[in-house]
Design a protein around this ligand. Structure first.
Ligand code: SF4
Length: 356
């Protein structure tokens, strides 16, 4: 017996749930479906590693720079779609620490990450009664998760095979269920591939979209070489591949130095970062010059008197008293304060391999 596949779902408009980063690609994917009269809502996942506005919010903005914004929220507002924001940071730890398909160039487990996010989006789709999922992925744009051979793997392993539409590359990919059922007109979708951004920019112009973030930097800190080195260092010196949200937020701010295996320093680079670090003093030693402008630093690990003196000398090197023969430095551990007089280290006395 052949079961007829209906042209349309039984009732109401077609409803699609998209994964929205707020970048140009996911924005265009939304617009392509809206053009076809499809009701679109989006989901954005919080992993703790999102670049988004974090760096801009932590550091002092450049004079005249626009205030930091949340790209996905901004895009959702501009597109007129509802945004579901879902915190997946807790189960995501397992994806980062134990990825089945391994890491990319840095500690980015892109394939596992995509599979996990599509699985979570699929659960939301089922719960909220959407007809299919879509994303702004483009064939060949990223080396790990957006290759022609790995793209089908994502929905298959996420339990959503046939139900994840990629509107920007749809015409060079096998038809998905919403296309086969006539819910989406495949001929009005795109055939983009590769890393060339010009077709997307031309389509953006066609849609009158001018305000979108630059694609540089990837969608999360895990693609960043320096950040990955700091995370690797954290795991190595803890003796286990685990992290908390505090850990991964702190890796985003300040200079990080490890003068010895048993302790490291996080040194604020401007007033804004100092304020940010001040919120993380608990469980760490805070170091600061009491009478001179300079950074707030946090010491993580265990430090004896000699370590503390060395730490103060390093922190003093980044403050206004760096050229003095001696400066006072305050340290505070669990509410207990000490004042030390130290000689600031010279720049050349800090070996390059202390910097993480
Ligand atoms: S860059 Fe980060 S968020 Fe994007 S797919 Fe890779 S691991 Fe996931």
């Amino acid at each position: 017996m052949t079961i007829a596949i209906p042209d349309h779902p039984p009732e109401g408009p077609i409803r699609a749930l998209g994964l929205l980063s707020g970048g140009l690609d996911s924005t265009l994917a939304v617009r392509l479906l809206q053009e076809q009269g499809i009701h679109v809502e989006c989901v954005n996942f919080f992993t703790g590693f999102c670049v988004q506005s974090h760096t801009a919010a932590i550091r002092n903005p450049k004079p005249g720079a626009p205030p930091p914004r949340h790209d996905a929220l901004h895009a959702a507002q501009a597109l007129g779609v509802k945004l579901h924001m879902v915190d997946i940071s807790e189960p995501y730890v397992e994806i980062v620490t134990n990825p089945r398909y391994g890491y990319g160039k840095n500690l980015n487990p892109c394939l596992d990450c995509k599979i996990f996010m599509v699985r979570k989006a699929w659960e939301l789709k089922q719960e909220l009664g959407f007809h299919f999922l879509f994303s702004g992925e483009v064939v060949g744009q990223r080396p790990m998760s957006q290759r022609k051979d790995t793209m089908p793997k994502v929905p298959r392993e996420a339990g959503a095979e046939g139900w994840l539409l990629r509107p920007l590359s749809a015409r060079i990919l096998p038809p998905t269920e919403p296309e086969r059922r006539g819910w989406v007109d495949r001929s009005r979708l795109m055939d983009f591939s590769g890393r060339n951004r010009k077709p997307q920019m031309a389509l953006a112009e066609q849609f009158g979209i001018v305000d979108y973030p630059t694609p540089a930097g990837g969608c999360c800190f895990l693609t960043d070489e320096n950040y990955s080195r700091r995370l690797q260092d954290l795991w190595q010196h803890r003796g286990e591949k685990r992290y908390t949200l505090d850990d991964i937020f702190l890796l985003k701010a300040g200079r990080h130095l490890r003068p010895a295996p048993h302790f490291k320093l996080i040194v604020g680079r401007d007033a804004s970062e100092n304020n940010f670090l001040a919120g993380f003093r608990q469980g760490r030693t805070a170091i600061r010059a009491p009478n001179l402008p300079g950074p707030l630093a946090l010491l993580e690990g265990s430090a004896d008197d000699a370590d503390l003196e060395l730490a103060c000398r390093i922190v003093a090197r980044f403050g206004k008293g760096r050229n003095r023969s001696e400066v006072e430095m305050d340290t505070e551990t669990a509410g207990a304060s000490r004042r030390l007089r130290v000689r600031p280290l010279a720049a050349e006395d800090i070996p390059p391999d202390w910097y993480l």
